[in-house]
Design a protein around this ligand. Structure first.
Ligand SMILES: Cc1ncc(COP(=O)(O)O)c(C=O)c1O
Length: 397
């Protein structure tokens, strides 16, 4: 049996009849950059994310960059984020000339540990970028509280987490908030492998602040308004209409796909538990913290419940002998991935930041032990059973 990490062809089969006319519409219009197709998607993604404004941009990386630029963050400034994320999070900070300041992650979610943030805030700190890793929201309330107290901008890196929800105990009674709607900005990636993926690069910033939205719209066209008049320097950060047409079709299916990913996650959880791999300590399962923390409060958190506390862009186990297990699974025809093998503070290009091995022990341990398994919506229960059996076989050897 073959079980790829992701099967975009299987997804395409299910939506081909909607995609082809949508693409034909763009071809007939010959309107390729921004325009009505992009504006339509912006409204839909903003509404989906409980925001009033969406600004389509060229990628998730550029979404982060443009937000930092909109805040005039640059040389001499510091921005707090996690070292256990995709490179782009810190890359965007460095591209502005500012300095990334890392804060270690929580061992159960791999999201930034809020209680470690404040000690890193200095007079130079301008912003915090929490990352909603693997599709689960970071603990936003304490982050927002620190940001408010220390007058910092919050840019949510929601590249992996569109539609994911946070159960905020504030205001009381508890409220379900979508990622992107809590900070000053929310950044999405439409890279093809994301839960909402285009046919190429793309991204979006969402915000509830009309002034920030306006500034982002100007920045994405080289800071020009009116056309050819530049009061500040931006860049070419535009989203194209073909991506918007594809993403508008896919957005209609996103909740169904998310529900399937969540069902698959629940099925893996059950199978791993009954295999004994969890009890024997070979495998630690991903933890859905918001479901567990606030289940009683909201009464909606069974795995098929109304709250998308985790949208499983990735289903990531923590395991011993990870690299050998990965090789074994490859031999069995099963695709897996390591997100991420080297935490950012140990990347060669960030050596000048002065961190070293041991600076962020939780991230370093995670980088040695995490393994993403196939979780895409079209995955069958037979394929999942095969994955768990193959892992079982490896550890029983
Ligand atoms: C956490 C995170 N931030 C930013 C990005 C960058 O997005 P893009 O690849 O669209 O530039 C990604 C993409 O993988 C990501 O996972």
């Amino acid at each position: 049996m073959k079980v790829p990490l992701l099967d975009l062809k299987a997804q395409y089969e299910t939506i081909r009849e909607e995609i082809v006319p949508a693409l034909q519409g763009v071809l007939e219009s010959q309107y390729f950059i921004l325009g009505p197709e992009v504006a339509g998607l912006e409204g839909k993604v903003a509404a989906y994310s409980q925001c009033s404004h969406g600004i389509g941009v060229s990628s998730g990386s550029d979404a982060l960059l443009i937000c930092l630029m909109a805040e005039d963050i640059g040389p001499g400034d510091e921005v707090i984020t996690t070292p256990y994320t995709f490179f782009a999070t810190a890359g965007a900070i460095v591209r502005t000339g500012a300095r990334p300041v890392f804060v270690d992650v929580q061992p159960d979610t791999y999201n930034i540990a809020p209680d470690l943030i404040e000690e890193q805030v200095t007079p130079k700190t301008r912003a915090i970028i929490p990352v909603h890793l693997y599709g689960q929201c970071a603990d936003m309330d304490p982050i927002l509280e620190i940001a408010k107290k220390r007058d910092l901008v919050v840019i949510e890196d929601a590249a992996q987490a569109i539609g994911s929800e946070y159960v905020s105990p504030i205001p009381s009674p508890s409220k379900i908030c979508r990622v992107g709607s809590m900070g000053d900005y929310g950044c999405f990636s439409f890279f093809p492998s994301k839960n909402l993926g285009g046919f190429g690069d793309g991204g979006m910033v969402v915000t509830n602040d009309p002034d920030r939205a306006e500034r982002l719209k100007i920045l994405r066209v080289h800071g020009s308004k009116p056309k050819y008049y530049h009061s500040f320097v931006g860049g070419n950060f535009r989203l194209d209409a073909i991506q918007a047409a594809v993403l508008s079709v896919k957005l209609r299916h996103l909740d169904t796909w998310t529900a399937k990913r969540r069902e698959n996650a629940a099925r893996y959880d059950e199978a791993f538990k009954s295999s004994g791999l969890v009890d024997k300590g070979f495998v630690t399962l991903p933890k859905s913290v918001w479901r567990e923390a606030f289940a009683e409060d909201l009464g909606v958190q069974d795995s098929k419940g109304a709250c998308h506390d985790h949208i499983y862009n990735q289903y990531v186990i923590n395991t011993t002998r990870r690299d050998e297990l990965k090789a074994h699974l490859l031999e069995k025809g099963i695709g897996t991935e390591i997100y991420y093998p080297v935490p950012l503070h140990l990347q060669e290009c960030f050596a000048n930041l002065g961190y070293s091995s041991g600076s962020f022990p939780v991230s370093e341990e995670a980088a040695k032990r995490t393994l993403a398994l196939p979780i895409y919506p079209e995955l069958t229960s037979e394929q999942q059973a095969y994955v768990v059996d193959s892992i079982d076989e490896y550890f029983l050897k």
